[in-house]
Design a protein around this ligand. Structure first.
Ligand SMILES: *Cc1c(COP(=O)(O)O)cnc(C)c1O
Length: 459
């Protein structure tokens, strides 16, 4: 009797069941057919044994298959520009601009006045020049691409002089010496790790030199017995030898962050004003825009860069350019800028305001986690993130969750399980574990209600 009962139904019969017909109407025949085949294999393996179980499994399987892989999360890590969490949140103006060009045709490379072909850089170049004082500008996919392109276009098969103190690695796979090799340039290191002098550069520059490069050491600092040349000293040497000077600023900022009470970052306009010929910086770091690499500087050099075949390979898409244009437009009004660009607004949020958000959430969070955890509000330090100095921290506040267990290993396991439970919410919540507690830094949570909804969505 067992063999007869356990034989699975035919595929066509299953597809004809009314509940499965409904799944086909909702999700399409192709996906449902694949799912039914997988379900029938489970039936043959003895893991499914009736119609009801099959339909239940099929429905779950389709939901899991169709669930978007990339989803919004709540960044409560305390790192504002978190590379793994997508860096800068965009202002609504940028999202609207992307939507507008995404849905149909646009004048991406079309000059509406002449009816002739245009350049995609045209939409952002004037803004970048206005905000940085550069003669010309171009944009590529990210700042690593910008550095690669500048090196390749200006120094292919020739030497680039760099201080040994600036041979940087930024996150995993961006190492200046490697990028330089890929760009076809010969690296000419000068000075020592802690000290580089003007004569080191002067002695290294010769007929084979194509470029002097300075890299902003965003994520570390060489202190103590150290010297490096500043931009104006380097610019003087570059001019004397008639070679261009390029500076990779990493984050770079279009405005003076110190005036906002934040750690100092080089201001793009000031760096160019010191005689630097070309700068590169990211669109989605302190600028607060979409992922992009901005190259700004002397018109003749930008023209050479733009002609490089690599530019075509590294160019931005229309959505990025639309978003970047919209963000740059917000910079035109310094009075409203900080409130309208989320990155700047979050970085300048006061510890008191963050503390208030935490306090408002405490009772509901305590209820949600139950008796196994004690919740309180504590002072913490947020970070800017994305290669900004890890030493430069911003005073902030966090909801602190501690396990009530007396056993250290159990507490640690309880915390990891709680962190996982928060990550598995329909709208995942990402905190950080430190000092025997799970911290939810509320700097990037401007509306307490958003976390409450995320917690309530727990099925
Ligand atoms: C972040 C950074 C880069 C890489 O920029 P992406 O936009 O992430 O590609 C390059 N150089 C420096 C100095 C940086 O800080």
């Amino acid at each position: 009797m067992t063999a007869a009962i356990n034989r699975p139904p035919a595929v066509d019969r299953v597809l004809a069941w009314p509940l499965v017909q409904q799944l086909i109407a909702d999700h399409g025949r192709a996906l449902v057919l694949d799912g039914v085949r997988a379900a029938l294999q489970l039936w043959r393996d003895g893991q499914i044994s009736d119609e009801e179980a099959l339909v239940h499994w099929l429905r779950q399987h389709l939901l899991a298959t169709l669930a978007p892989s990339m989803r919004p999360v709540l960044n409560l890590t305390g790192t504002v520009l978190h590379t793994n969490l997508g860096r800068a949140p965009l202002p609504p103006e940028a999202v609207a601009a992307m939507n507008a060009v995404a849905l149909g045709a646009s004048n991406l490379e079309f000059d509406l006045v002449s009816g002739q072909r245009g350049d995609r850089d045209d939409h952002v170049e004037q803004w970048i020049c206005r905000l940085t004082g550069a003669e010309a500008a171009t944009v590529v996919n990210n700042n690593a691409a910008a550095v690669l392109l500048v090196l390749n276009a200006l120094a292919n098969r020739r030497e680039v002089v760099v201080s040994r103190g600036e041979l940087i690695e930024i996150g995993g796979s961006f190492r200046l010496p490697d990028i330089m090799a890929r760009a076809g340039c010969k690296l000419r290191e000068v000075g020592a790790t802690n000290r580089t002098h003007p004569r080191d550069y002067s002695e290294a520059v010769g007929p084979r030199t194509a470029l002097l490069l300075k890299a902003h050491t965003s994520n570390y600092r060489i202190d103590g017995f150290s010297t490096a040349l500043d931009e104006s000293q380097l610019a003087a040497i570059a001019r004397e030898h008639s070679v261009p000077l390029a500076v990779d600023l990493g984050s770079g900022s279009l405005i003076d962050l110190q005036a906002l009470g934040l750690p100092a970052e080089p201001v793009v306009a000031q760096v160019l004003a010191q005689g630097v010929d070309v700068v590169t910086f990211s669109g989605d770091k302190l600028l607060g825009g979409p992922q992009a690499g901005i190259i700004a500087g002397r018109a003749d050099l930008i023209a050479r860069i733009r002609k490089s075949p690599l530019k075509r390979a590294l160019r931005c898409d229309k959505m990025t350019l639309a978003a970047l244009e919209a963000v740059l437009r917000l910079y035109a009004d310094p009075d409203t800028l900080v409130q309208r660009v989320p990155t700047l607004r979050l970085l300048t949020r006061s510890a008191e305001s963050i503390q208030q958000t935490c306090a408002a959430l405490l009772p509901d969070l305590q209820r949600w986690v139950g008796d196994g955890f004690a919740v309180d509000v504590c002072a913490v330090s947020s970070q800017i993130g994305s290669g900004s100095l890890p030493l430069d921290v911003l005073p902030s506040a966090a909801l602190r969750l501690r396990s009530a267990s007396g056993n250290r290993r159990e507490r640690s396991r309880a915390l990891r399980q709680l962190a996982e439970r928060l990550r598995r919410l329909p709208q995942p919540v990402i905190g950080r574990i430190a000092d025997d507690s799970l911290l939810l830094d509320c700097r990037c949570l401007e509306q307490p209600q958003v976390l409450l909804s995320a917690l309530e969505s727990d099925a």
